[in-house]
Ligand binder design. Structure first.
Ligand code: NAP
Length: 293
């Protein structure tokens, strides 16, 4: 059986290494990035650079998009020279950006008019997961579409989960962001509490990380807070985009997202202090300021 030809739109921090992993797994790729120069960083005999998302779609059986926000996905899929202008009947669009579930459903409707389908498949695991090919991928769409794109997911990720119909991938990712951000607030408070009470915060983290309080945020971001390393693995600005999506979906479903709402406000304070492009662990600085550290 011949492999599906793959198109890739959006070669940012995440997209570039994900596309490289697909090429490494032997997929023939046609790629596009809005700002020229990024695509040239991908080298190989099976990689072709296209001039528009429409051109990517014309050459591909499965088209992956990973751009910033909902309007950006709408622009590269439904806009002028977008994927929809070139997509062939039977092709599948896989959007791996983190965006609104409602926008994914609307795009799916448009694609169905072209006898195509959508899989929404946002990711977790950051740039390191993208480079190592160990991303968590949470996918929504028709099961037969999911099964067809699974070999691509296996080249980019490790924990791959089918979550149900279109939009459910994004909803699952939003649950991920509630867990991550509220947990990070707890880490920020615990480190500040330790410091103000005269504990060595690094020893505190070492003591509790292996017990019931252990978490990815504590083990990976806790030491960065202690070391005053606020370089971004995941930027506050991007987390705020995700928390806006969380709160919007929460409003629609009638969910009391008190803690996620609170972290969103604290991140507003971090952004106002000029830390929008810092890593999410800079949340600790907000708690320190409130605690007169
Ligand atoms: P990024 O480095 O800023 O890259 C964004 C990409 O989207 C760039 O290729 C950019 O093109 C393209 N783009 C944005 N708006 C566009 C538009 N209107 N038209 C055409 N292209 C457009 O961001 P990233 O970190 O890769 O994140 C991409 C997505 O993955 C986001 O939805 C983010 O929330 C999600 N995500 C990120 C991480 C992470 O750790 N970074 C983790 C999980 C999920 P240009 O080069 O021309 O700007």
């Amino acid at each position: 059986m011949t492999k599906d030809k793959v198109g890739f739109v959006g070669l940012g921090i995440m997209g570039l290494p994900m596309a490289a992993n697909l090429a490494k797994a032997g997929f023939e790729l046609t790629v596009y990035n809005r700002t020229p120069g990024r695509a040239e960083q991908l080298e190989g005999p099976t990689i072709r650079i296209a001039q528009s998302p429409a051109e990517v779609a014309e050459a591909s059986d499965i088209i992956i998009t990973i751009v910033s926000d909902s309007p950006d996905v709408e622009a590269v899929v439904l806009g002028p020279n977008g994927v929809i202008e070139g997509i062939r009947p039977g092709s599948i669009l896989v959007d791996m950006s983190t965006i609104s579930p409602a926008v994914e459903r609307r795009i799916d409707q448009e694609l169905q008019g072209k006898s195509c389908s959508l899989v929404d498949a946002p990711v977790s695991g950051g740039d390191i997961g993208a480079i190592k090919g160990t991303l968590a991928i949470m996918a929504g769409g028709e099961r037969k579409s999911f099964e067809r794109v699974l070999p691509l997911f296996e080249a980019m990720g490790k924990t791959i989960t089918y979550c149900g119909p279109v939009g459910n991938g994004q909803l699952t990712k939003l649950c991920n962001q509630v867990l991550v951000s509220v947990n990070l607030l707890a880490v920020s408070e615990a480190v500040t509490f330790a410091r103000k009470n005269g504990l060595d915060p690094a020893t505190m983290i070492q003591a509790v990380a292996g017990g019931a309080a252990g978490s990815w945020q504590l083990s990976n971001l806790g030491p960065k807070i202690v070391d005053r390393d606020f370089a971004p693995g995941f930027m506050i600005d991007l987390m705020q985009k995700d928390l806006r999506l969380v709160l919007e979906a929460g409003d629609q479903a009638g969910v009391a997202l008190a803690a996620a709402g609170l972290v969103h406000q604290f991140f507003n304070s971090a952004q106002a202090a000029g830390d929008g492009r810092a890593g999410t662990q800079a949340l600790a600085k907000v708690i320190e300021k409130l605690s007169a550290v």
